[in-house]
Design a protein around this ligand. Structure first.
Ligand SMILES: Nc1nc2c(c(=O)[nH]1)N[C@H]1C(S)=C(S)[C@@H](COP(=O)(O)OP(=O)(O)OC[C@H]3O[C@@H](n4cnc5c(=O)[nH]c(N)nc54)[C@H](O)[C@@H]3O)O[C@H]1N2
Ligand SMILES: Nc1nc2c(c(=O)[nH]1)N[C@H]1C(S)=C(S)[C@@H](COP(=O)(O)OP(=O)(O)OC[C@H]3O[C@@H](n4cnc5c(=O)[nH]c(N)nc54)[C@H](O)[C@@H]3O)O[C@H]1N2
Ligand code: SF4
Ligand SMILES: [Mo]
Length: 753
């Protein structure tokens, strides 16, 4: 069953599907919504047509980075439509984009700084007071427990210039040594894999590749739900492409593919090695490319020869003929692109799995040409910006904290003494959490992320947050799970209420624009950082950081000579005029008065970013699942995105009545009818999902999209991470959210309190 929502306003209008649940008490939720201009107010207010001018801005939800046209009256946006001229979305948008303005208006918005008193009550205070409380509180922790006892956790959802400000202020101004962001939960694996394989964190593709491939392979990715406009680009592909999906679930994407390899969870690495072995045995190798542009082929060949197709298929629960057909499609494809997302990144062997994908692209010569690539799809609107500019794992602009020449270069670009730049790297997210447990971290500043819902094994995290001396949360909404533990809440402006740039999944800088006033006294994160810099006593250091565009110029200086050089961009106006600009765009590229082309990919010359310009073929042993399903907990729990209309911890999407009407409001668990029958559970029954760490009550949704012995729960409900097991990829430190053992217990209605 499905709810479909259809937008008839332009021929790009699409139908979106999502699972629904028959809820016994409330009756069936299935219905068809056909929306016309003005109906239900999708994207528009009733007087939208009265707009006196328009402007465009990049969407602030996912990393697709669609262009939206804002309809303005007296300088305030009163409606929006997807931008037809933007090279990303070509006039399309998903429901979240359409509702981007609506989610800004909500009584849950934080409109004044809030301070918790001894009785636990939050009371409003003035900004001046809030800046003092922030600085006094953090300085007190530092004086009692040492400078290293405060940390920050940030995000992939604020502008590059804001990330740059936070990172520079915290690390160079406030001596905050340890910091990380929600991109650790999301992209760290891809970053590590690219750095090791290509010599730089460099997703090579451009979205045109979706339309140019004759074979697309999606591994652990469900773009129909997570990146629906990217999927629309796939549907525009005129080459009748082979589409292979590797996913333990029969997702919307798998159902639409030409081949679905429905493997058992976490068998990817062995499967990819077996595929590589077959590609080599069947001589689908591009020998000239391998010889001239890669290193490690002989080790790769020997390593993968251990992964015999029949044995791997047996383990993974796949038919040899199916995998063999996939090998033929990849081997014979003229332009093969391989795409991966969280089914790979969020795995305890994610980095090596991502590199196994990269290896396949490299040995078959599928890189640097239209329609090819080993392509990690990014999650949040500015996760790519966080990778370059957050100053957490890497020094400003993807430099290295441990390289003296890099520290000097960045100090010069920022006009600060080089001694201000630390020469050691920060702890990763999980180590920061451990630091709280050990009492090493006593003060925490959380910016634009909601870890009390989204961090792995979140019950534990919530207890740890209560152990902190001082927790500050900077968010648009005052009602997040993390806010409920905060001592101080700093109210932030959101998307549409401030300026800056986002970088999308294909390396495109796009503009964020101020088209609304923030409610009450909420301030742009940029202004909050300025206020804190001033009160902390380091205002001088940031004298040049007067506006986002001024910071963009500092970023440009720091980017010079990097693979991600943007020194040739003229400024925000050019980004706007060109439909976004992909990195690199260096002063050299721009010399001679050239404008950037709209679709640019990396590695056309086969030269990678290691010193010898060769890509590395990296292999490793396969490790077993740390918490396999067994006697007491016989089922593997998969987690991920549930519907197009839900965003993460739902702080934003639950503010739109329209979006709320498009997804089940109560937690649900997808289970196979055979498992349900054994437990005497029917569709719509309440069940208890129990792991060794906690339990969650959810409505059973019986579906053949999950295999027997597996269940799926969306991450959008806070109970899901009560169950997950805290374990990580050893190279990237990314949480492995998609494998832990659970059991399902039926709940009689009278049992449920
Ligand atoms: N509507 C919506 N869109 C979003 C988001 C959102 O919250 N809502 N979030 C954005 C963000 S930040 C991100 S990171 C992306 C995530 O986008 P995706 O990664 O596409 O989404 P997920 O559902 O987390 O995971 C993808 C798939 O991995 C599969 N999987 C689980 N275990 C395994 C395994 O062992 N092997 C393989 N091969 N696959 C496995 C799951 O079944 C799932 O279908 O979406 C972005 N877009
Ligand atoms: N079990 C399970 N857990 C997962 C995942 C999974 O697949 N399974 N996926 C993981 C992934 S990939 C991700 S990316 C994380 C996401 O996890 P989170 O980052 O915790 O999720 P969000 O709900 O996006 O939280 C962003 C917060 O920032 C606020 N915000 C938005 N814009 C702004 C702004 O401009 N300024 C400020 N100050 N605040 C703002 C929002 O209100 C919200 O509270 O979840 C991870 N957790
Ligand atoms: S696909 Fe992503 S960027 Fe495009 S409208 Fe939807 S949420 Fe926004
Ligand atoms: Mo993500």
């Amino acid at each position: 069953m499905s709810i479909s929502i259809k937008d008839n306003r332009n021929d790009a209008g699409k139908t979106f599907q999502l699972p629904t649940l028959l809820q016994r008490r409330t009756g069936p939720m299935t219905r068809e919504l056909v929306l016309r201009p003005g109906d239900h107010g999708l994207g528009m207010t009733h007087d939208s047509m009265a707009a006196d001018t328009t402007t465009t801005a990049t969407c602030g939800f996912c990393a697709t980075g669609c262009g939206l046209r804002l309809h303005l009256k007296d300088g305030e946006a009163i409606g929006l439509t997807p931008e037809t001229a933007y090279p990303v979305n070509l006039g399309m948008a998903c429901p979240k984009g359409w509702e981007a303005l609506r989610v800004l208006d909500s009584p849950e918005r934080a409109t004044l700084p809030l301070l918790r008193d001894e009785t636990g009550k939050l009371s409003p205070i003035e900004w001046d007071d809030a800046f003092s409380k922030f600085c006094d509180g953090m300085k007190q922790v530092q004086s009692e427990h040492g400078p290293e006892s405060i940390a920050f956790l940030s995000t992939g959802q604020i502008a590059c210039e804001e990330m740059a400000f936070l990172g520079a202020l915290a690390r160079f101004g406030m001596d905050i040594r340890h910091c990380d962001g929600n991109t650790r939960q999301c992209m760290a694996t891809a970053v590590t894999a690219y750095k090791e394989s290509f010599g730089f964190d460099s997703p090579p593709y451009t979205y045109d590749d979706f339309e140019q491939s004759d074979c697309l392979v999606f591994i652990g990715a469900n773009p129909c739900v997570g990146h629906p406009i990217m999927w629309e680009r796939v549907l525009r592909n005129p080459h009748n492409p082979e589409i292979i999906v590797i996913d333990p679930r029969r997702t919307e994407t798998a159902a639409a593919a030409t081949q679905h390899l429905q493997l058992r969870p976490k068998n990817d690495l062995a499967l990819l090695y077996a595929i590589t072995n077959e590609l080599i045995l069947r001589d689908f190798v591009e020998h000239d490319f391998v010889q001239n542009h890669t290193q490690g082929f002989e080790e790769l060949r020997q390593h993968v020869s251990q992964y015999d197709l029949a044995t791997v298929c047996e383990e993974a629960g796949l038919a040899v003929e199916d995998v063999s057909a996939a090998v033929e499609a990849i081997g014979r494809g003229r332009a093969v692109s391989l795409w991966w997302t969280m089914g790979v990144n969020q795995s305890y062997q994610g980095t090596r799995t991502a590199q196994a994908i990269i290896n396949i692209a490299l040995i078959t010569g599928n890189i640097g040409r239209p329609g090819t690539g080993a392509n990690s799809i990014t999650g949040q609107c500015n996760a790519m910006g966080s990778r370059l500019w957050s100053n957490t794992t890497n020094l400003f602009g993807h430099h290295s904290f441990t390289e003296e020449s890099d520290r000097r270069k960045v100090a010069e670009a920022l006009n600060i003494p080089v001694e201000k730049i630390p020469s050691t790297t920060s702890w990763k997210y999980d180590r920061i959490i451990e630091g709280i447990r050990n009492g090493e971290i006593k003060g925490l500043w959380v910016v634009a992320t909601n870890p009390a819902h989204s961090w792995i094994d979140q019950g534990d995290v919530r207890e740890l947050f209560d152990q902190l001396d001082f927790l500050v949360v900077q968010d648009m909404y005052k009602t997040t799970e993390t806010c409920s533990h905060a001592d101080l809440i700093l109210p932030s402006a959101g998307w549409g209420e401030k300026e800056g740039t986002f970088i999308n999944s294909e390396r495109r800088y796009g503009l964020l624009k101020k088209v609304r006033h923030a409610p009450g006294q909420a301030l742009a994160d940029f202004q909050i950082f300025r206020g804190i810099a001033h009160r902390w006593g380091v205002g001088e250091m940031f004298a040049e950081w007067t506006s986002p565009e001024a910071v963009f110029q500092i970023m440009q200086r720091a980017s010079r000579g990097q693979p991600s050089d943007i020194s040739g961009i003229e400024g925000y106006e050019q980004i706007d005029r060109c439909g976004g600009i992909q990195w690199p765009w260096s002063a050299d590229h721009a010399s001679g008065g050239f404008e950037p082309e709209q679709q640019r990919r990396l590695f056309a010359d086969g030269r990678f970013f290691h010193e010898d310009r060769r890509a590395r073929l990296i292999v490793d042993d396969v490790s077993p699942m740390p918490e396999p399903a067994g006697e007491d907990y016989p089922i593997v729990l998969l987690t991920g995105r549930g519907t197009v209309s839900q965003w993460h911890t739902q702080t934003r999407t639950r503010q739109s009545p329209l979006l709320r009407s498009l997804y089940p409001n109560q937690p649900y668990v997808e289970m196979h009818p055979r498992d349900a029958a054994e437990l005497d559970v029917e569709h719509g029954d309440l069940v208890r999902v129990r792991s060794r760490r906690g339990h969650a009550d959810a409505t059973a949704c019986l579906t053949h999209s999950v295999q027997p012995g597996q269940v799926f729960m969306p991450m959008h409900y806070e109970c899901t991470n009560q169950l997950t097991l805290s374990h990580f990829d050893p190279h990237s430190g990314q949480p492995s959210y998609k494998d832990c053992a659970v059991r399902i217990e039926p709940v009689l209605t009278s049992d449920h309190d």
